[in-house]
Design a protein around this ligand. Structure first.
Ligand SMILES: NC(=O)c1ccc[n+]([C@@H]2O[C@H](COP(=O)([O-])OP(=O)(O)OC[C@H]3O[C@@H](n4cnc5c(N)ncnc54)[C@H](O)[C@@H]3O)[C@@H](O)[C@H]2O)c1
Length: 397
């Protein structure tokens, strides 16, 4: 049985990952300090519905499935807390049996501040983003190095690390020939926010750990995720197990936001020309990718990098798809091209290699009409909770 530690296990991706791996018979421990919830409260950007805390959710999970997900509540910027997860001294805040689960075979690292706009509000939010994201990653690297160098680190990166170069984007690495000699380097990165810059620095930190101390690392360059329902989870109808779902500009991802906007008649906010192209992924495929990465670990001294998305769209194409589905469901949906609050290319070349996870066996869920309709149906249930004034704030950089 795999013993998996999920850092950031209360989050949009962390909680579904915990349930999914628990259903795959892994021993799962989640760690979180509720940063995401607390930032939502501080900024008055409430999620689509309230979600129980981790103790309540894991208790319910245990009641419904008989499976245990152990919980640790705490800040992973605290190096002693991080170390306790690997050296057997951890104290669980919820567990059926309070014994140490054992050294993790893999750790999934989601515990970061994940919003580009948040990182660009002002010097304080930038400072927090940089320190939170880099300190958690550095603490993880040292804890694994000191206590369990065979633990496989699966770390979430982002496609935003590459930016939008005018050449094809490869899967993590680029072979370069210079003055008749060749070598392989990390693909050039050029972030377009301070949050994305921290993700580049994370990759550099762990690449250092791989070279210096033979750590085993997989870095998943993920595109924006959409979706809510997890199809493999049998108790998915229990709304208390839904993951956090934001529709505001800070924590909401674009497809999730557009669906909410269409339902309440708020014109879909396309920034600038809308030609910004990105690779998107359904939340069900994120879970598959994590599982496939765990099942195909890196060797000691190896950094594997995968580009984790299934299809690319421009923002305008996404808006048109959502508008079309909204029309079929009887909503009067409009698209509004607004002045771009961000500094980014609005029309650009984008051709990305993303074969690696498909070769490992990923079976993609595409953004079909059926998938969009299902998302509309789930979000509609919470229509009364949608607050118009939190949808767009226009954070500029
Ligand atoms: N959601 C996406 O579309 C997407 C796309 C690409 C990459 N990612 C990456 O995936 C990861 C997870 O993203 P998400 O959307 O689930 O974000 P999220 O904010 O919902 O999840 C992160 C979780 O980590 C926790 N956390 C943050 N700092 C912590 C700390 N110091 N100590 C303990 N817990 C801490 C937060 O409370 C939160 O629950 C992030 O690293 C993000 O950069 C996400």
């Amino acid at each position: 049985m795999d013993n998996i530690l999920i850092l950031g296990g209360d989050g949009y991706l962390g909680w579904p990952t915990a349930m999914y791996l628990s259903m795959k018979n892994c021993k799962v421990t989640v760690v979180d300090n509720y940063l995401r919830r607390n930032l939502c409260n501080q900024l008055y950007i409430y999620p689509l519905y309230n979600i129980p805390d981790l103790i309540q959710r894991t208790t319910l999970w245990h009641k419904l499935t008989g499976l245990e997900i152990k919980v640790v509540i705490g800040n992973l910027q605290n190096s002693e807390l991080m170390r306790s997860l690997f050296n057997g001294t951890v104290k669980y805040d919820w567990a059926v049996t309070n014994q140490f689960s054992g050294i993790p075979s893999a750790v999934v690292h989601y515990a970061e501040m994940p919003s580009a706009p948040y990182s660009m509000i002002d010097y304080k939010t930038a400072d927090f983003t940089i320190s939170n994201n880099l300190i958690t990653t550095n603490n993880l690297m040292w804890a694994v190095k000191d206590f369990s160098p065979d633990t496989h680190i699966v770390k979430l990166g982002t496609m935003g690390e590459y930016g939008t170069p005018n050449i094809d984007i490869e899967e993590g690495w680029l072979e370069i020939e210079h003055k008749g000699r060749k070598d392989k380097f990390l693909y050039p990165r050029q972030a377009s926010s301070l949050y994305h810059t921290t993700k580049i620095m994370d990759t550099d930190l762990l690449w250092f750990g791989v070279r210096m101390w033979n750590l085993k690392v997989t870095d998943l360059m993920q595109g924006p995720v959409y979706g809510l329902e997890i199809e493999d989870i049998k108790v998915k109808t229990d709304e208390n197990l839904y993951t956090i779902f934001n529709y505001d500009e800070i924590f909401g991802t674009v497809i999730n936001r557009f669906i909410v906007q269409a339902i309440v008649g708020y014109p879909l906010t396309v920034y600038g020309a809308g030609g910004q192209t990105r690779g998107y992924i359904n939340i069900n495929d994120t879970l598959q990718c994590i599982y496939l990465s765990i099942k195909n670990p890196s060797a000691n001294g190896e950094l594997k990098i995968y580009n984790q998305f299934t299809e690319t769209f421009t923002v305008k194409e996404l808006a048109e798809r959502v508008k079309s589905m909204a029309g079929k469901l009887g909503y009067d949906c409009k698209i509004s091209l607004i002045k771009n609050p961000r500094k980014e290319q609005e029309n650009h070349y984008y051709n990305v290699n993303h074969k690696g996870l498909l070769d490992l066996g990923l079976k993609p869920h595409y953004l079909t009409e059926e998938a969009l309709e299902r998302m509309f149906k789930v979000v509609e249930k919470f229509k009364e909770n949608i607050k118009l004034d939190i949808i767009f704030k226009g954070i500029k950089w």
